[in-house]
Design a protein around this ligand. Sequence first.
Ligand SMILES: [Zn+2]
Length: 153
Amino acid sequence: METPAVNDIAASLSGEKLEVFRKLNLLEQHRVESFKDWPFPATASCSISKMAEAGFYWTGTKRENDTATCFVCGKTLDGWESEDDPWKEHHKHAPQCEFVKLACAEKDLTVSQFLEILGTVVKCNIEKTCKAFKLSFIRENEERLDEFMHNNK
Ligand SMILES: [Zn+2]
């Protein structure tokens, strides 16, 4: 029997909410869709669907197309080989990851597990945004201070 839990959440999303989910790569489907270019076929151990299942979305470029990042822990891995197992690699490089600890494909997650992951992702994202804001604030005001010092020499 199909476990509809997370699918139900996904199906109930629309408009702005769906875009937020997409931006955070919360859903496996969105992670699959993030892979614009991937050097491995669907038959490879690290196929797009297996990568997305293990939490990875594409962060590659045209020149380096084998780079992917975890939507929960933010670990970025490149240099994939076709026989690499995305879950194993994920666990090897980021054993602390909440998603790896569950080691569970989206379709098998319970709603409460999914919500916990959602909470972690949102929290990390807020922290990241705050850090970036702080940095840009410091940078901006550093420039002003430099300008002030320069003008008052
Ligand atoms: Zn991770």
